[in-house]
Design a protein around this ligand. Structure first.
Ligand code: AMP
Ligand code: GLY
Length: 425
């Protein structure tokens, strides 16, 4: 089977790395890919939002299966267009991807089906006064979210009423997120620990993966601005079997059942961003795809053939599959470019590859190959340095040995990845 992976981050490199291990995958392509995917797949220079060119390439190259990494092509309907061309794919349809593409849709959906989530209201530009009045009724802090996709920047956490009113105007009136902010969600702030719960779904059956914890802030101790994620580990000790069973019953199963009942069955990865509150797990957001960097720690723990699972998600039959996981833990530390998450420095050569311990896997995020064939920096998150071990502390130490070996100008990384989990043991 010839397989195309759409995307160019650490998630897609990890997907390529895992799919490469399947005896059923004969040839692997990645669009557009990065310097890491170039080592194990053929990179194809098509951007993720060029749906027409992606479908045309699949026909031309006789691609038998497509794996969609990021949310943008999903919300643009790539999976639907591929289906119309007779090409099976892993990922939700445009209608199903609305769970991620519209926060208003997701919140109304959860309310309709009693899926636990923060109290909220949805408002458009004509309803700014109502939005502000609604916020006044909520205890602070306040959370204001642009409705549409905003590259992870559309969530504003406000400490005062004044700040909340500014956030509402910033999104609706000043249109800081463009069309993604044509409407917004104002919601109650939830207290607790966050957990990433990703699950495979074939539209009827939903099977949770190992839990993971991301580190969203740029600096140690969860300080500084939000990022795409600075590191992760799996499994998360707070994601106990009992908690996952509760989330399966109260969140994952009702979500998949209701999406099917509404005529938009959800296939692919259903990722519930959970807040573990005193009242139980509540949904902060849905994602319609694998998380990044969660994928870089969850896939190395997967013992089963990923291609078989993805095919079952696409064609149905997930209920008949046994999905096995490895023992132990996996940790990834993200090395980011200078300036990230703001304006970043690009074009620096990455060195130190020979010194990376053999049992460390380096997934590339924002990299490209230069004229000399060297990997250089090309994005905010540059590398995701990953290690697994029976012992979490050893996995952490190993990952940081990999980080110490690698170098590029201005590189920044957190020194406390997985410390929360180590403290909880
Ligand atoms: P989201 O894109 O919805 O996951 O939001 C990004 C981040 O904002 C989350 O990972 C949380 O850290 C935080 N967040 C979002 N919604 C809430 C909420 N209702 N209460 C507390 N924190 C939140
Ligand atoms: N790591 C968070 C996300 O992928 O959305």
């Amino acid at each position: 089977m010839k397989v195309l992976i759409v995307g160019s981050g650490g998630r897609e490199h990890a997907l390529a790395w895992k799919l490469k291990q399947s005896p059923r995958v004969q040839a692997l392509y990645c669009a557009p890919g990065n310097a890491g995917t170039a080592e194990i797949a053929v990179n194809v220079a098509i951007s993720v939002e060029d749906i027409t060119a992606l479908v045309a390439f699949c026909k031309e190259a006789d691609i038998g299966f497509v794996v969609v990494g990021p949310e943008l092509p999903l919300t643009l309907g790539l999976v639907d267009e591929l289906a119309a061309a007779g090409i099976p794919a892993f990922g939700p349809s445009k209608e199903a991807a609305r769970l991620e593409g519209s926060k208003a849709f997701a919140k109304d959906f959860m309310k309709r089906y009693g899926i636990p989530t923060a109290t909220y209201g949805v408002f458009n530009n004509g309803q700014r006064a109502e939005a502000k009045a609604f916020a006044k009724e909520l205890p602070g802090p306040w959370v204001v979210k642009a409705d549409g996709l905003a590259a992870g920047k559309g969530v504003l956490i406000c400490q005062s009423q004044a700040e909340t009113e500014k956030a509402i105007d910033y999104i609706l009136e000043e249109q800081a997120f463009g069309g993604a902010g044509a409407s917004l969600v104002v919601e109650e702030y939830l207290e607790g620990q966050e957990l990433s719960l990703m699950a495979f779904s074939d539209g009827r059956t939903v099977v949770p993966m190992l839990t993971a914890q991301d580190h969203k802030r740029i600096f140690d101790g969860d300080q500084g601005p939000n990022t795409g994620g600075m590191g992760a580990y799996a499994p998360a000790p707070i994601g106990t079997a009992a908690l996952v069973a509760q989330a399966q019953k109260e969140i994952l199963e009702p979500t998949v059942a209701a999406m099917a009942a509404e005529g938009r069955p959800f296939k692919g990865v259903l990722y519930a961003g959970l807040m573990l509150t005193e009242k139980g797990p509540m949904v902060l957001e849905y994602n319609a795809r694998f998380g990044d960097p969660e994928t870089e720690v969850v896939l190395p723990m997967l013992d089963s053939d990923l291609f078989d699972i993805m095919e079952a998600c696409s064609a149905g039959g997930l209920a008949r599959m046994t999905i096995r996981w490895k023992e132990g833990s996996c940790v990834t530390v993200v090395m980011a470019a200078a300036g990230y998450p703001g304006d970043i420095r690009k074009g620096d050569v990455i060195s130190g590859w020979q010194q990376v311990p053999a049992d460390v896997t380096v997934f590339h995020c924002g990299t490209t190959r230069n004229q000399q064939g060297q990997a250089e920096t090309a994005g905010g998150r540059v590398l995701s340095v990953t290690a697994g071990n029976a012992d979490l502390q050893q996995a952490v130490d190993l990952a940081y040995q990999g980080v110490a070996a690698l170098h590029f100008e201005g590189c920044q990384f957190r020194r406390d990845i997985a410390q929360k989990a180590l403290r909880q043991r």
